[in-house]
Design a protein around this ligand. Structure first.
Ligand code: B12
Length: 497
């Protein structure tokens, strides 16, 4: 589409001079601190295909740039995107600044971490103009079209305002599950059976750069299902390829992906780079303390984790990741991997060719490879570096379904929702030097196709969601993390009661 538009531009300009114009203009941006743009770019392409003019400001865009561009461009609306939770606060900032500047244009909100509820509770109250959460690209055209329609706009704005007011009313009148005190939650901690499953001494401790991995080695570890989801093609892989509704599109897309994967490998477009660490560790309350040596005398750092505080049914624990580490001698692992090294060079070529399709395809493949790298490295850690897994290798199907022992929660995922832990993790592993991954002020990782997290080896360790926490835990966490209450509040906001 974009290639065609570039070719036709002179003719389109000529047409414009005789009166035809676009449906409307939207300024779009991924907010400050966030680096993800697949979703935003898909929305941008879909809007352009529907005759909207899209001014795409890119990623990590501060509010000043967004507001200025919207005013300078005479935009009809602003669209914000974000993938990680710190972006939610940034979106509230953009809305508040639009209000302060006396703007009235509609504000559309999108991206994996956003929701109707958050938009209703936090963003809409900050801005008197229309604010609408848009779930996906297929809905973006309808909403944007309505926002520039003289006849339909008022109705949607009023209906959305009403819906959001209702969400706020329901929230204010509770209906949420009760919380227990932090002390009570701690008293109901998960207690692994360390006698039956004592910690396994790793074959290796320390920090190790992983620079011997090729894209080819990662391909068998790819979980294809999220790849199709990124293109709004729903269904399990490989059945999706023969699905009566989306099968044809899915097969075409898959064939293009295979072709590009071949090029990535043959022409060495991407260089996987990783780092892994295993430290002697010990649990201390809800912290996991990691040490320099096996005698656990010299403390390197501590990772404070959050504990579930929602009142549980009898027999269900209030879990915290620290529960999975023994208070005596144990170990904790860390990792950071990227498949995005080299991607910018290639993306620049696609941009020059106005080729959005190849651009999005490459980013989506790099994301799959980053996740595959995390899967591959976890297996290598279990079987070689830590070495607690023996017996026959699991099939890829089993790996994707996490049929193995031990977990690798990533800061930002539900068991470990506080992103700032990445800064400690990165520092300890000298991860930026080892992998080239940099952290933004919101703890997003650049290159985008990157994943980082922890390894817990205990066979009873499992994934869970921390969900809401109380004021008592927030205060306790601020102390344990060594930051002000205000800072802890910002970092933990998505989980605050
Ligand atoms: C694939 C994926 C990844 C990929 C990258 C994804 C990407 N490039 O966007 C990889 C593997 C690299 C990854 C890494 C991480 N991820 Co991740 N990831 C996902 C996953 C499974 C799918 C996201 C996705 O690609 N969706 C497809 C795209 C097309 O959808 P989308 O971006 O949402 O966009 C659509 C709509 O939102 C909307 N839209 C988007 N923008 C806009 C803008 C406007 C104006 C409009 C109108 C609409 C709109 O339209 C788009 C098209 O339909 C989600 C879980 C989920 N199911 O959402 C977690 C998720 C987003 N990840 C998460 C996290 C935490 C991470 C990591 C921080 C983990 C870590 N410590 O390593 C890292 C961060 C990476 C970094 N660089 O900083 C969290 C984020 C929430 C949070 N707590 O912060 C999620 C929600 C998982 C979870 N349940 O906790 N991730």
């Amino acid at each position: 589409m974009k290639k065609a538009v570039a070719h036709l531009l002179p003719y389109i300009e000529a047409e414009k001079s005789v009166g035809s114009s676009s449906k409307g203009k939207i300024v779009m941006a991924t907010v400050k601190g966030d680096v993800h743009d697949i979703g935003k770019n898909i929305v941008g392409v879909v809007l352009q295909c529907n005759n909207f003019e899209v001014v795409d400001l890119g990623v990590m865009v501060p509010f000043q740039t967004i507001l200025k561009a919207a005013n300078d461009e005479g935009a009809d609306m602003i669209g914000l995107s974000g993938l990680i939770t710190p972006s939610l606060d940034e979106m509230v900032t953009v809305a508040a600044e639009m209000q302060r500047a006396g703007m009235t244009m509609p504000l559309l909100i999108g991206g994996a971490t956003t929701s109707r509820v958050h938009t209703a509770l936090r963003i809409a109250p900050a801005y008197a103009g229309p604010v609408i959460h848009v779930l996906d690209a297929s809905r973006a055209v309808g909403v944007a079209g309505t926002m520039v329609s003289d006849t339909l706009k008022d109705e949607l704005v009023a209906a959305t305002a009403h819906e959001y007011a209702e969400i706020r009313y329901k929230r204010a009148n509770n209906g949420q599950s009760a919380l227990v005190t932090l002390d009570a939650a701690r008293a109901n901690a998960f207690a692994p059976d360390f006698a039956a499953h004592p910690p396994v001494r790793p074959r290796f401790t320390g920090v190790q750069a992983i620079d011997d991995v090729t894209v080819e080695m990662l391909v068998p570890y790819i979980d294809w299902q999220p790849f199709f989801q990124a293109w709004e093609l729903a269904g399990p892989y490989p059945a999706i390829l023969t699905d009566p509704v989306v099968g044809e599109s899915a097969s075409g897309l898959f064939a293009d992906a295979q072709k590009m994967l071949g090029q990535i490998i043959a022409e060495k477009w991407l260089r996987p780079r990783g780092v892994v660490a295993i430290w002697p560790a010990r649990r201390e309350g809800d912290d996991v303390v990691v040490y320099e040596g096996d005698n656990r005398a010299e403390e390197l750092a501590r990772f404070p984790f959050l504990r579930q505080q929602i009142a549980k049914r009898e027999g269900r624990p209030n879990s915290c990741l620290a529960d999975f580490v023994s208070p005596d001698a144990d170990w904790l692992g860390g990792f950071a991997v990227t498949a995005g090294d080299g991607i910018e060079e290639q993306l620049a070529k696609f941009r020059a060719q106005h080729d959005d399709y190849q651009d999005i395809l490459l980013k989506a493949l790099a994301d799959r490879l980053a996740e595959a790298f995390a899967e591959y490295l976890h297996e290598r850690v279990r079987r070689e570096i830590w070495g607690y897994e023996t017996g026959p290798r699991q099939t890829n199907e089993e790996l994707i379904r996490e049929k193995y022992s031990g977990i690798r929660p990533a800061p930002g995922y539900p068991a470990c929702p506080e992103h700032s832990l990445k800064s400690t993790l990165f520092e300890l592993m000298a991860a930026t030097d080892a992998t080239g991954i940099a952290l933004t002020e919101s703890f997003a990782m650049l290159p985008t196709a990157s994943v980082s997290g922890f390894y817990f080896a205990h066979p009873q360790s499992s994934y869970f969601g921390v969900a809401r926490i109380g004021r008592d835990q927030l205060e306790d966490y601020a102390g344990r993390r060594g930051v002000s209450l205000e800072q802890a509040e910002t970092w933990c906001r998505p989980n605050l009661d």
